[in-house]
Design a protein around this ligand. Sequence first.
Ligand SMILES: Cc1ncc(COP(=O)(O)O)c(C=O)c1O
Length: 397
Amino acid sequence: MTSYLDHAASSPPRPEARAALARALDAANASATHLAGQDARAVVEEAREDVAAALGCSPHEVVFTSGGTEADNLAVKGVVWAARERTRGVPHLVTTGVEHPAVLDAARWLAARGDAELTVVAPRRDGRVEVERVLDAVRPETALVSVMAANNELGAVNDVVTLAAALRERGVALHTDAVQAVATLDVDVARWGVDALALSAHKFGGPQGVGVAMLRRGLGVVPLSHGGGQDRGVRSGTFSVGLDAACAAALTAAVAERAAVRDRLHGWTDRLAGAVVALPGVTRSGPTAPEHRLASHLHLLLEGVDPTALALTLDLAGVAASSGAACGAGAATASPVLEACGLGGTPLRLSLGWSTTAAEVDHAIGVLTAVLPALRAGAAPADALRAVRTVPGTVGA
Ligand SMILES: Cc1ncc(COP(=O)(O)O)c(C=O)c1O
């Protein structure tokens, strides 16, 4: 049996997304004027309307991208460059130490080439970002604040609503990376009051390689790429009809069952946590209050466990989880997010999603409670696996 507990890296595609992709694979070029082109364009526009309905914004504010990375880059660079053009000065940009590299590295790159002055706000130890600290960093020349809705590693949820309201009073735009949030949090652009928001379809049951940038009407954005001028010039390139349709179908399905998934996953991540934090040297990281953490994420810090042995043992025992930052190159390097939070130890992130079953959770509990004490005692993966073999329903049992 295998427990796939790495939904924060990629969730399996939903049936609705597969069907939408299959239906639209034969689409013509959606910018062509012939009937086949118009049919294809209708699919894209319907997808845009569905995404807008799911997010609580206008279809004009939805731009399909190649994923979360492009959506973040478009918002961060696009808004800063537009402010630079408008003011002829160097705009100020505020972000946080727990952002995904799609935001943080984009911001640092802008600062390094003199396109922006950058302030990186330090997070709390639990991965949350204090609204007051962000507001303290804002200056008259601040063009954009970028604070993620929820963190990919710790699952820490930020108070985007309060931040957006305070920034609106100061006339400063807010971008939020909602890539990890949207599967379980009620993302609502109108209620949240954000100016830009990024999504990635493969985090909510859509295909890899497609995402959404929500850009509020009137927000000046300089495009990242130039070409055919599609999507009102904001994102040139032939529309990806099938991926856009699949992204919209997945988001609609995810939103429809979001409350039920959230309740289910809260119960399961707590059950997993309850089983493993009873073990010596295991602590749960991230926020403690349920409303401050994603239902889908359980982040653990393991004392005295070798990360390579952990990764190998879990893999062999049929538990797919992340023992480092998921979205990087896969190398077991220290996580900048954990460093920013002042956390140490061997990290283990278990992330659940729409397709997770109770059996997968039970299997993972069986494996973890067997191997973690063995690994902590210095056992090699082969020896730690022998402990797993005694767990019914697992490898070799
Ligand atoms: C918070 C966050 N932002 C952005 C991304 C990048 O999204 P994509 O993989 O679609 O480029 C990821 C994960 O990959 C993420 O977790």
